[in-house]
Design a protein around this ligand. Structure first.
Ligand SMILES: Nc1ncnc2c1ncn2[C@@H]1O[C@H](COP(=O)(O)OP(=O)(O)OP(=O)(O)O)[C@@H](O)[C@H]1O
Ligand SMILES: [Mg+2]
Length: 265
């Protein structure tokens, strides 16, 4: 394993009794689950089930109304998003933050510089340490681009990428922040079944190389069932079921929830 976060003692993410209400609406209620070191966990549920709200609570974009988030031994409930990222918990967004005029490589480099702390003076008058950092950043960006299967597009402007390639680049941007736990919110949205299959194969190669664990929200069932070790199902803000992909696919409560549709009227 190459990155600094992965050389540390493995930490698991533990969510207990997490809740969030907006006005009188319970978007998330009493959610508990874990992402153990080395695991890929799928978080699924019909539209409006509370999956993105859960991501926002875990990563500090929302303050929980109830419950706790622990990362290893540390209680991290209510930490700000940048504090979570510093600890190695990094999420992607349902909406992209790719800069279309930049190339694939430049986009991934930008992701690295967002986390690099360097004075303006040192940017214009670099010392040896800054030059060494520059080399390691470029090597890291190249490795990420290769791992995501975008090597042949490295100098292509993002504006010229296909939908599938853009989805891969979004994950590459999250990887630039060196996550220990990568959290992906609908990373395969808009992909056809062949592209989703390729995407799933690449996600599996990330575990143990560039990230330790993955928490993935995804509506594409064959993708999420194919990559996850364990699946947590949400429905109307609550946890409906948890188990292996095979157990979840055979669970009658889960089948009913999906057939019954999403949001409560
Ligand atoms: N900022 C907010 N203010 C008010 N209500 C919100 C807010 N964010 C989410 N909600 C509500 O919380 C519920 C859960 O929404 P959330 O976006 O977490 O669902 P989701 O499972 O991610 O759905 P989807 O699969 O469609 O992305 C919905 O009823 C939504 O309208
Ligand atoms: Mg969502």
């Amino acid at each position: 394993m190459s990155t600094s976060t992965l050389s540390m003692q493995p930490r698991g993410l533990e969510i207990s009794g997490l809740g969030k209400s907006f006005g009188g609406i319970h978007a998330v209620r009493d959610i508990s689950f874990q992402v153990n070191p080395g695991e890929i966990v799928g978080l699924i549920g019909p539209n409006g089930a509370g999956k993105t709200t859960c991501f926002n609570l875990i990563t500090g974009f929302y303050t929980p109304s109830a419950g706790e988030v622990r990362f290893g031994d540390e209680l991290v409930t209510g930490k700000k998003p940048f504090q979570m990222a510093q600890r190695g918990i990094v999420r992607s967004f349902q909406k992209t933050n790719i800069l279309k005029s930049l190339t694939v490589f430049e986009n991934v480099l930008t992701g690295h510089y967002m986390e690099a702390k360097q004075s303006l003076w040192r940017t214009f008058f670099p010392n040896q340490a800054v030059r060494d950092k520059e080399v390691s950043v470029r090597e890291s960006a190249q490795k990420i681009v290769h791992t995501m299967g975008l090597a042949h597009r490295i100098d292509t402007p993002a504006s010229a990428l296909s939908c599938g390639e853009l989805r891969l680049l979004e994950v590459a941007l999250a990887l630039a922040a060196k996550p220990e736990i990568l959290m992906l919110d609908e990373p395969a949205a808009g992909l056809n079944s062949q592209e989703a299959k390729t995407f799933g194969g690449i996600l599996k190669t990330l575990r143990g190389t560039l990230v330790r664990s993955i928490l993935i929200v995804e509506h594409n069932m064959s993708l999420v069932m194919g990559v996850s070790d364990r699946v947590v199902v949400m429905h109307f803000g609550q946890k409906l079921a948890e188990g292996s992909p095979a157990e979840i696919q055979a669970n009658s409560l889960v089948i009913d929830a999906y057939l019954g549709g999403g949001k409560k009227e």
